[in-house]
Design a protein around this ligand. Structure first.
Ligand code: HEC
Ligand code: HEC
Length: 319
């Protein structure tokens, strides 16, 4: 009887901890963030500045995003945009040359990966668009910040964006989506990629070591720019839930106030591609596991049937 009472008390405490205290602590430590469906209007940014009682920053953000919405209404000219796009290619060369902290990403699929409003905002002011303006006293010092001076005409911005949406879209592989949107900062050890892209296979040890040194130098540059080395994302998809990942990529500041990771401006489809790649690399056995499930169930059904028949035949005549 005494044992039963002790057991009862232990059980009650365990259940209270499990259903009461743990979820409460969780809700206090991780505030719930609503997804904004990968729509970039600046609403979250303005709210954030208002919540921080920073009236000046809130007003600046309001004016900025109102301006972006104005450009979004201008009809862009694709042919004129192609000419203006040369300005972008001055930095986005596709070569592994670090510019102010990172290697500018390839823009081959920018029209398929990024939101149109976000692209307009990015050309108007990259630090404001990616919600990292708090890092700069003068946002033109962002590594892409000089674009503000190079392309200040609203019609020209509309043209370039129209060109990107029309001609730099097309099919994107999951790997391309990752490397264009995240690869300049995040390595994926399991996929043998670093901030320099795919790691080649080397015939000689000394070439392999020389490459390793280059990777370390690149990582040092990224670290100096970001304040810390962005984590390897090989198994992030298993460490973090889908809701966290989605809302974090939409607006890193919303989940991790003060973080140096910029918002990347992906559309929902663009993010789905990146997510699929993270799953392919971080959880490669998932499709096999999912395929195995029904087979295991089928096996149990058949086995139960056979066991029943076997029992019946063994007991025949024993009654
Ligand atoms: C002065 C060099 C420079 C110029 C000119 C430039 N960029 Fe960039 N761009 C960069 C750098 C550097 C980054 C990476 C910034 C970062 O990760 O913080 C970048 C990032 C980007 C990204 C990824 C942004 C994101 O948040 O995911 C896009 C898209 C982009 N640029 C488009 C353009 C377009 C379009 C133009 C021309 C209108 C252009 N860039 C002109 C240097 C430049
Ligand atoms: C310009 C550099 C940069 C780019 C581009 C970038 N990140 Fe990050 N990311 C960072 C930095 C820096 C951190 C560390 C943030 C911190 O701890 O404050 C980080 C952290 C993260 C984390 C960890 C969050 C956590 O709390 O565990 C995830 C997940 C992540 N990034 C996903 C992505 C994905 C997905 C992309 C592409 C869509 C991407 N990042 C693009 C710089 C970047």
């Amino acid at each position: 009887m005494k044992e039963l009472k002790i057991f009862g008390i232990v059980a009650i405490f365990t259940l209270v901890l499990y259903w009461g205290v743990e979820p409460f602590a969780h809700s206090q430590m991780h505030k719930h963030i609503e997804s904004n469906n990968f729509v970039y209007t600046g609403a979250a940014d303005i709210e954030e500045a208002e919540a921080a009682k920073d009236e000046k920053r809130a007003a600046k953000k309001k004016a900025f995003w109102t301006d972006v919405a104005k450009v979004a209404k201008i009809k862009g000219n694709v042919a004129a945009g192609e000419t203006a796009f040369a300005t972008c290619m001055g930095c986005h060369t596709g070569l592994p040359i670090n510019m102010g902290g990172v290697i500018p990403p390839a823009l081959d699929h920018a029209g398929a990966l990024y939101d149109k409003n976000y692209l307009i905002a990015l050309i108007k002011d990259p630090a404001m668009a990616s919600n990292v303006d708090h890092k700069y006293a003068d946002t033109t010092t962002h590594p892409m910040g000089s674009i503000k001076m190079m392309m200040s005409d609203d019609q020209q911005i509309a043209d370039v964006v129209a060109y990107i949406m029309a001609k730099k879209a097309g099919e994107v592989t999951t790997k391309e989506a990752f490397s264009e949107a995240c690869g300049r900062c995040h390595a994926m050890r399991y996929a043998k990629t670093s901030q320099l892209g795919d790691t080649p296979t080397f015939k000689y040890k000394k070439d392999e070591l020389a490459h390793k040194i280059k990777v370390i130098e690149e990582q040092d540059a990224v670290k100096a720019y970001m304040g810390k080395l962005p984590p390897d994302l090989s198994i992030i998809i298993r460490a973090r839930g889908h809701h966290f990942m989605e809302t974090f990529v939409e607006n890193p500041q919303g989940q991790l106030l003060g973080t140096s990771m910029p918002r990347t401006g992906l559309t929902h489809e663009g993010y789905e591609k990146v997510k699929t790649y993270l799953e392919e690399v971080g959880d490669p056995s998932k499709p096999a596991r999912e395929e195995l499930g029904p087979k295991v169930l089928l096996f149990f059904f058949v086995f139960t049937g056979l066991a029943f028949l076997w029992k019946k035949s063994m007991w025949k005549g024993h009654h």
